[in-house]
Design a protein. Structure first.
Length: 178
């Protein structure tokens, strides 16, 4: 497997850059604490502040894992974040996406970020299998994974509670040679 990341990845609508302490802004913290943004994420159970965000960022230091800022190429505004948990031994990467800025929802930023990072991981970073999971009701994320060519791999039925109601978690994967 090759080194984990280059300085900037450019898609059609977004740039992906390493997330830094400078990215821990009031807007970023507001996303993490907004129940609309974290509805399908276990982040909804936490209260996020500057200290907790710095600790999370520090957890990536010295690892092959990526924590990225997703920025609009049009205006440089941060619209979200991405993670890639990379296992060099197995040549796998589990990817996550948060389009945190509600004003950016439905405008193609999530798809472009996913396509940009996923393509780079599979074609340039030595990853042989890309994986991701989401709550089955997260239609936007399902569309992104399916559009990227990921295939349904598993379902954990009634795995998580959202507003007291059990929901399935679905897992998708794409191999390098698909």
């Amino acid at each position: 497997m090759r080194p984990p990341f280059v300085a900037v990845l450019k898609g059609k609508k977004v740039e992906l850059l390493p997330f830094t302490e400078a990215d821990i802004t009031s807007a970023y913290l507001a996303w993490l604490n907004d129940p609309r943004v974290t509805r399908f994420s276990n982040q909804r159970f936490l209260i996020h502040d500057e200290s907790s965000s710095k600790a999370y960022l520090a957890s990536f230091s010295g690892t092959d894992n990526l924590f990225l800022s997703v920025r609009s190429r049009e205006n440089g505004r941060t619209v979200g974040t991405m993670t890639a948990y990379i296992n060099r031994h197995h040549e796998t990467a589990d990817v996550g996406l948060l389009v945190g800025d509600p004003y950016s929802w439905g405008k193609g930023y999530g798809w472009d970020a996913w396509n940009t990072l996923g393509s780079w991981l599979l074609n340039h970073a030595g990853v042989r299998k890309l994986t991701a999971g989401t709550v089955a009701e997260n239609v936007a994320m399902l569309r992104i994974m399916q559009r990227f060519g990921m295939k349904h791999e598993a379902t954990r039925f009634a795995q998580e509670l959202i507003d007291g109601v059990p929901h399935d978690i679905v897992y998708y994967a794409k191999f390098f040679d698909e």
